[in-house]
Design a protein around this ligand. Structure first.
Ligand SMILES: [Zn+2]
Length: 79
């Protein structure tokens, strides 16, 4: 599952970062990847947010479903 490096207009939809967090690559945009949620939303995430999502997956809910839940939560909180 490759992440795209230095993608134009990259922005993580969870942490809102747009710049590469690594100091050597801070002139580049954040490495990100678009995931398609269960409801068909395009969710762009950076590597660390993706790792967090993967870590906290339980057997009751799958990754794509989690993306929708989190997206809807962020919308409600207006973040
Ligand atoms: Zn992020």
């Amino acid at each position: 599952m490759p992440f795209i490096y230095d993608k134009k207009n990259a922005q993580c939809m969870w942490c809102k970062r747009t710049q590469n967090p690594h100091p050597d690559f801070s002139h580049e945009t954040i490495p990100s990847k678009i995931f398609i949620s269960k409801k068909g939303r395009r969710i762009e995430l950076c590597f660390s947010c993706y790792e967090n999502e993967i870590k906290s997956i339980s057997k009751d809910i799958d990754f794509k479903e989690k993306l929708d839940k989190k997206f809807e939560l962020l919308k409600v909180l207006n973040l």
